[in-house]
Design a protein around this ligand. Structure first.
Ligand code: NAD
Ligand code: UDP
Length: 323
């Protein structure tokens, strides 16, 4: 394990996950170059880090190529639209970031001899026929459906990372992130957790797409960030599933958020999203074994933090208690 990294480039660092990761790296004594074009992220997410002289923020589109002055020890490549609403709104852009953007970041890793951790997604498993999903499963993706722009861009990204490792000997690691939630999720990006929290707090109906019997396994952001750091400091190539295996139906998540928010909102059942995965739960045996990592934050505890941060959004911008 490498304990200290002098300079870490975080692409997509002004997004939800990226901003928490930048914070954590700085706290551990590393220097961070955050590269983001703010397409789905927000400079406010990292505004509180700008006074730290080990932090640099570059507004840049990685699809235009990327070059960083001086040595780079490691790269965490997070840049990509991530929520279904965003990638359905930006279909071609999502394919471009996953392909041209990822190739550009891999080139930077090769030129600087840096280790690169690539944030892939549970979406590479599509609507999985295996349950829970382990890393050996190849997935069930509709290559033409609306979600394919994201799923295939992540699958292309994995192929590109594997090719750079094979052909150029780049030190790579693929991590497949499962649903992560926490303070600083964009309130308007359409994901289940921010939607239900905002609806519950406003006393509006919680919008359930389909029957609500589809499942997700939600991991709190500090647990995901801890796993990303362990992956960065290890020498494992992945792919590694990173997520919390506690699986709930969407309906149950809605009821839990409503209860924790002390809300009496009704539930509104709307048409299902096309190709919405019916079941999702990570098998994290490999990450447990090779990273010695285990999620620690329970769902009630994590959702309580999110509800508090959405009640007072300034809190999420300034500090994240658990990261
Ligand atoms: P996010 O949208 O909050 O962050 C993504 C960031 O990337 C944004 O700040 C955005 O502005 C930036 N970006 C997008 N295109 C860019 C470009 N061309 N050049 C530079 N920056 C660009 O999303 P997030 O939830 O923080 O997700 C981060 C990464 O983790 C994504 O790659 C996503 O696919 C992956 N992931 C996230 C989850 C999750 O539950 N949050 C699950 C699986 C995978
Ligand atoms: N969902 C829902 N209501 C909403 C938002 C999402 O029922 O207002 C469902 C969505 O159809 C999916 C699950 O919640 O089954 C998780 O959606 P999210 O967008 O958070 O993430 P995904 O796992 O689909 O990328």
């Amino acid at each position: 394990m490498k304990n200290k990294l002098r300079k870490v480039v975080v692409t997509g660092g002004a997004g939800f996950l990226g901003s928490h990761l930048c914070e954590r790296l700085l706290r551990e004594g590393d220097s961070v170059v955050c590269v983001d074009n703010f397409s789905t992220g927000n400079p406010d997410n990292v505004a509180h880090l700008l006074t730290n002289d080990r932090f640099r923020l570059l507004k840049w589109d990685i699809c235009d190529g990327i070059d960083i002055e001086g040595p780079v020890d490691a790269i965490v490549h997070l840049a990509s639209p991530a929520s279904p609403m965003n990638y359905l709104r930006l279909p071609v852009e999502t394919l471009r970031v996953g392909s041209a953007g990822t190739l550009a970041v891999l080139k930077l890793a090769r030129n600087t001899n840096a280790r690169i951790v690539y944030a892939s997604s549970s979406e590479v498993y599509g609507d999985p026929l295996a349950h829970p999903q382990d890393e050996k499963y190849w997935g069930n993706v509709n290559p033409l459906g609306p979600r394919s722009v994201y799923d295939e861009s992540k699958r292309f990204g994995e192929a590109a990372v594997a090719a750079y490792r094979r052909e150029h000997g780049v030190d790579t690691c693929i991590v497949r992130l499962f649903n992560t939630y926490g303070p600083r999720m964009q309130p308007d990006d359409g994901r289940m957790v921010p939607n239900f929290v905002l609806q519950a707090l406003a006393g509006k109906p919680l919008t359930i797409y389909g029957s609500g019997r589809q499942t997700r396994s939600l991991c709190y952001v500090s647990d995901t960030v801890a796993a990303l750091l362990r992956a960065l400091r290890s020498d494992h190539p992945g792919p590694l599933n990173l997520g919390n295996p506690t699986e709930l139906t969407v309906l149950r998540v809605a009821e839990l958020i409503r209860d924790l928010a002390g809300s009496s909102s009704e539930l509104a059942f709307l048409p299902a999203m096309e190709d919405d995965p019916r079941l999702r739960r990570p098998d994290i045996s490999l990450a447990r074994e090779v990273l010695g990592w285990e999620p620690e934050v329970g769902l009630r505890e994590g959702l309580t933090e999110v509800i508090a941060s959405f009640r007072d959004p300034r809190a999420a911008r300034i500090d994240t208690p658990r990261v």
